[in-house]
Design a protein around this ligand. Sequence first.
Ligand SMILES: C[S@@+](CC[C@H](N)C(=O)[O-])C[C@H]1O[C@@H](n2cnc3c(N)ncnc32)[C@H](O)[C@@H]1O
Length: 184
Amino acid sequence: MKQAAEDTLRRIEQSASRRYLPIIGREKGRLLGEIVAKHKPRRVLEVGTLVGYSTIQMGKTMGSDAEIVTIEVDRDEAEVARENIRASGIRPHVTVITGDALDIIPKLAGTFDLVFLDAAKHQYLAYLRLVEDRLGAGAVVVADNAGVSSRSMRDYLEYVRGSGRYSSEYIPVGWDGVEVSVKQ
Ligand SMILES: C[S@@+](CC[C@H](N)C(=O)[O-])C[C@H]1O[C@@H](n2cnc3c(N)ncnc32)[C@H](O)[C@@H]1O
């Protein structure tokens, strides 16, 4: 099963070298996997599935009692993601929802232990505010592109760093980085 996940990730990486496919890539994927392994979330919300690369990176370190809900606005990418996730054989139950996260998040039931934000950078704060009351103390929010897109997500970064609701740190990865914020 682990081999199937690795094979699927390699296949996606290869297609990313042929056409523009803004996946988080191997280095950030490893970091994301480490964050998931450390915090052991039972329920993950991902915003911005694309073809499922980051979903598989998170899911390969999670158990069969865990769940990932992931949202993708592009219907075709969401369908490819479903196929990739199926092929990867990862253990958690994964639901790929097609739609705009701004419409979908308010309709989701239940709480989340980890949120991975990787959709429209200027909407990160809106995504977070929509899910925030369903995050308990210790829940982790990982925001991609906090280096290269720091201007587009300035309101988000100011909020997680300055509101007192999170303990937040920037982790550089290559020429970019992720903001990791733990709910207080
Ligand atoms: C950078 S890609 C995600 C990459 C993916 N997380 C990975 O690393 O494999 C961003 C994705 O967010 C999607 N997206 C953008 N705005 C969105 C929104 N409002 N709701 C849901 N998905 C959105 C785009 O269609 C795109 O597929």
